[in-house]
Design a protein around this ligand. Structure first.
Ligand SMILES: C[S@@+](CC[C@H](N)C(=O)[O-])C[C@H]1O[C@@H](n2cnc3c(N)ncnc32)[C@H](O)[C@@H]1O
Length: 237
């Protein structure tokens, strides 16, 4: 691992993060389906956020790559919301692997990376609606990677923003619709830009504090459109 990458990882012990990537690597033979990330750094960034977390939730799971990384790094439960019936539609195989996403594959991948099933809570449904079982739930970190439309992503953000204590992670920032929701997120007085690599962008709750963004240590370009605001009114959550 290069010094720059080591620096980037900051507080995440190398073994946690590297293991999270290696064990779910497509280069290995043990992960069914595929990794939907666009750079290994997206995995590192997710691991970096989840490492501080107790409970984690994601909307959009597919074969479980992001869920496994969160499971390997966070301390608590990993909740996933996804119908797990195919690629966006029932029975639709993932075009890249010709594999149909399912609860069974997710559980198999989770087990193959060495995680106990007791820590994986599957909500097998589309969002919305918000699962009844999570009516009063809060989480430290959330990952939005499901519907990808403006309305769907906005609904995910609105439902999660008052339930999440630390970080909210968006994927596929190359979509204009997702950029529009990110703009709403960084303009929210309780939230601010935290970090971005490849097609993953993280916003942080102001009151969480935490380390400043790590992007500069990795020499990543600053995105003007996501300039952090100076601290404004926060509600002390
Ligand atoms: C890009 S994939 C997720 C990739 C996954 N995060 C990973 O790391 O491999 C998107 C997933 O979201 C699911 N999905 C689509 N619309 C959804 C919705 N409204 N609620 C929950 N999941 C949804 C799809 O079926 C698909 O499994």
């Amino acid at each position: 691992m290069s010094d720059k990458l080591r620096e980037y990882m900051l507080h995440v012990p190398e073994d946690f993060a590297v293991r999270s990537i290696e064990r779910t690597s497509l280069n290995g033979t043990d992960f069914i389906g595929r990794n939907a990330f666009h750079s290994p750094l997206e995995g590192f960034l997710l691991a970096r956020c989840a490492y501080e977390a107790k409970d984690y939730i994601e909307i959009g799971t597919l074969f479980g790559y992001s869920a496994c990384i969160a499971g390997l790094t966070c301390k608590g439960l990993v909740h996933v919301i996804d119908p797990l019936i195919g690629y966006y539609e029932e029975g639709e195989p993932d075009a890249q692997t010709n594999t149909i996403a399912s609860v069974e594959i997710l559980k198999e991948n989770w087990t193959r990376v060495g995680l106990p099933l007791e820590r994986l809570i599957i909500h097998q449904q589309y969002h919305p609606p918000w699962p009844d079982a999570l009516k009063d739930a809060r989480f430290d970190v959330a990952f939005i990677d499901g519907d990808h439309s403006y309305e769907g992503t906005l609904t995910d953000w609105m439902e999660l923003k008052d339930r999440v204590n630390m970080y909210m992670i968006f994927h596929d920032t190359n979509y204009e619709d997702i950029q529009k929701v990110i703009k709403i997120a960084v303009d929210d007085p309780d939230w601010t830009f935290y970090d971005q690599v490849a097609r993953m962008l993280v916003v942080r709750r102001y009151s969480h504090g935490g380390p400043v963004s790590v992007k500069d240590s990795f020499g990543l370009a600053w995105r003007n459109s996501h300039e952090p605001k100076t601290k404004v009114d926060h509600k002390g959550r």
